[in-house]
Design a protein around this ligand. Sequence first.
Ligand code: C2E
Ligand code: MG
Ligand code: MG
Ligand code: MG
Length: 275
Amino acid sequence: QAKSRGRNNYQFFTEAMNQQIARRMQLETAMRQGLGLGQFFLCYQPQFSLADRSLIGFEALLRWQHPNMGLIAPGEFIEVAEDSGFIVDLGYFVMRQACFQAKAWLEQGRPITVAVNVSYAQFARNNLLELVQACLADSGLPPHYLELELTESILVADPDNVLTVMRALQTIGVQFAIDDFGTGYSSLSYLKRFAVDKLKIDQSFVRDVPGNPDDEAMVFAVINLARSLKIRSIAEGVETEQQAELLQQLGCDEAQGYLFARPLSVQQVNEIFFA
Ligand code: C2E
Ligand code: MG
Ligand code: MG
Ligand code: MG
């Protein structure tokens, strides 16, 4: 009996694997079609200065509105897009869209930074520099209104290549932030080498403060690390006033999160912030 169950488990396992592969392929095909059909769009989550609660920028966050599957969050498709390489096309769409939107806001008299998430695969193609430059040139956005968010894993994966692209973009004024800081495997020497403009404290460290002493210590350490390096810190996932107050007391510069606003459509941004 153990034997037959073992065999069944094995069959079940491979079938589940096949199903997963099939689902991924379906998703990839749907994504490629969806991009052509205009199903992808960006939401913008505002970022605020903690000192005076003034608006300082937006993070562009990708959304997929599928006719049958509904609104799909990046957690459901970014990984598939990264594994298949489709993230390169998708990432270019995001970069272009964000640059044109920031330029539109600038022309409305709203000079505001837009942060764009970048995946490792976009660096691996060796044309990221040209693509970003093309987006800036085509949109007419001055480079210092664009910020790129990189995770530690990107820095670690290919430091020399990333550093070259980053230096070239920093020279023209593009800003860089390390996203989800504290969750990856980068060492402090990376921080020194990469000289980014901002550390984003991961929301997993923010969630249980005030209250959890370990998380409070983590948050405090990252804020002070940023200060020592003379760069800014921003906390993500700030949901309560108590979190915002503690972060401010600890010396954190900026925050984003549901306390302030969820990721918003362009129309919502214009109504709420730029009316
Ligand atoms: P991220 O860059 O760390 O973005 C922050 C995520 O936290 C967003 O999820 C945002 O909606 C969510 N969030 C914001 N405030 C709060 C809060 O107060 N509480 C909680 N619980 N969550 C909050 P989202 O939009 O689902 O994006 C998830 C991840 O997908 C992003 O994490 C980013 O890594 C990735 N992503 C999103 N857009 C893009 C993109 O255009 N390109 C790439 N490569 N990745 C993207
Ligand atoms: Mg991000
Ligand atoms: Mg983040
Ligand atoms: Mg995060």
